[in-house]
Design a protein around this ligand. Structure first.
Ligand SMILES: Cc1ncc(COP(=O)(O)O)c(C=O)c1O
Length: 383
């Protein structure tokens, strides 16, 4: 049963970055002014400094700033030479860019189901999907927790193909002590503003410790030009803005503390759900063995999810569904030939999962209100 009395009702947004902004305001404005004063807006010293700082923090030889997480995935595939006739194995349950980038590279996404507890790629399903056309495996570290990388790397090694980590949601997360994005051939990160490390617009990063691969990514980032107007490869404009790099440099030193605050909120939710007797009525996220989850999202499963979500909204608790439709059921991928029922774990997750507010500045009163409202909603739907 839900707690009888409603804690002081407080509105709870899904994400509110204004507290973070106040903490960095002076430094961020100074960084923006510095770039404006320098009039160097494309690549240059701000980008170089961000890249070397992130390379050392993420424990890779190279970190290459790019225009978005989406472009990080695309440029990684291009650098590998993935194209028509190739297959890339990935999860059917992720943000669109994961599969979208594979199609944009000209290859076929070979979709597989997820593990129902972690929501990440299911290694046996990956092994079963390998064919002679497989050119890469692209696990997603969904919600901020790494996929089962030991098993996935072993499958990739057997198949003789590289692993591209979609680490867009997982900066600073660790798998058996190692940084997300340092485990496979490369990692792709997003600095979309809602990520644990968010820019003031779109930006992303490719990480790798393979020097030849890093050189290709750098080349492709600037239309494949080694010298201006002399193009060795056909690339794109995949550059990160100097302004975004300068803002990110201000934020990077705070990242570990911000992710710790999210982890504390996750722990607090666990206690509150248990105390309210709700832990048997909702499924809470599980941090796997050897994992350091950064909780870009705190995702629970509830029966009658859509009704529960609407009732939560009536109690001023904002939530989100990541994601309501797996890739294999998306209209734009109909030509891949998948049918409903093909990936039951992903389809169930799409029906039942709900992301709760988890940002670091949430107050105890807000966390308590979320849990109270979930109890009230479950009572109301009779679940
Ligand atoms: C798993 C995943 N991959 C890729 C992306 C794409 O990143 P961006 O929005 O920076 O293009 C995102 C962004 O949300 C994501 O969550």
């Amino acid at each position: 049963m839900a707690p009888r009395s409603q804690p002081a009702a407080v509105a709870v947004p899904l994400l509110d970055l204004s507290g973070q902004w106040q903490a960095i305001r002076d430094d961020a404005l100074a960084a923006i002014t510095r770039v404006c004063d320098s009039q160097r807006f494309i690549l240059g010293p701000e980008v170089d400094a961000l890249e070397s700082d992130l390379a050392s923090r993420l424990e890779v030889a190279s970190a290459i700033g790019v225009s978005s997480g989406t472009d990080a995935l695309l440029v990684a595939l291009m650098a590998l030479g993935v194209g028509p006739g190739d297959e890339v194995i990935t999860s059917t349950y992720s943000f669109f860019a994961t599969a979208g980038s594979i199609v944009r590279a000209g290859a076929r996404p070979v979709l597989v189901d997820i593990d129902p507890v972690s929501y990440n790629l299911d290694p046996p399903a990956v092994a079963a999907a390998v064919t002679s056309k497989t050119r890469a495996i692209m696990p997603v570290h969904l919600y901020g927790q790494c996929a089962e990388m030991d098993a996935i790397l072993a499958i990739a090694e057997d198949a003789g193909v590289p692993v591209i980590e979609d680490a867009a949601q997982a900066i600073g997360s660790r798998y058996r002590g190692r940084q997300a994005g340092s485990l496979g051939l490369c990692g792709a990160f997003s600095f979309f503003p809602s990520k644990n490390l968010g820019a003031f617009g779109d930006a992303g990063l490719v990480t790798t410790s393979d020097d030849a691969f890093a050189d290709r990514v750098r080349l492709l980032r600037t239309h494949g030009a080694e010298r201006q107007y002399h193009h060795r490869l056909v690339g794109g404009n995949f550059r990160i803005d100097a302004l975004q790099a300068a803002v990110l440099r201000v934020k990077v030193p705070h990242l570990a503390a911000w992710s710790e605050a999210r982890r504390r909120n996750a722990d607090r939710y666990r206690v509150l759900f248990r105390e309210a007797g709700l832990d048997a009525r909702v499924t809470l996220p599980v941090e796997g063995d050897g994992q350091y989850h950064i909780y870009n999202q705190f995702v629970i499963r509830v029966p009658q999810r859509d009704r529960v979500k609407a009732i939560l909204a009536s109690h001023q608790v904002a939530t989100a569904v990541y994601y309501p439709l797996p890739f294999h059921l998306q209209e734009c991928f109909a030509s891949l030939g998948y049918r409903e029922g093909a990936f039951p774990h992903a389809e169930a997750a799409a029906r039942e999962t709900l992301a709760l507010p988890i940002f670091g500045e949430l107050t105890d009163a807000q966390l308590a209100h979320v849990v109270w409202a979930i109890g009230a909603a479950l009572d109301e739907v009779g679940a």
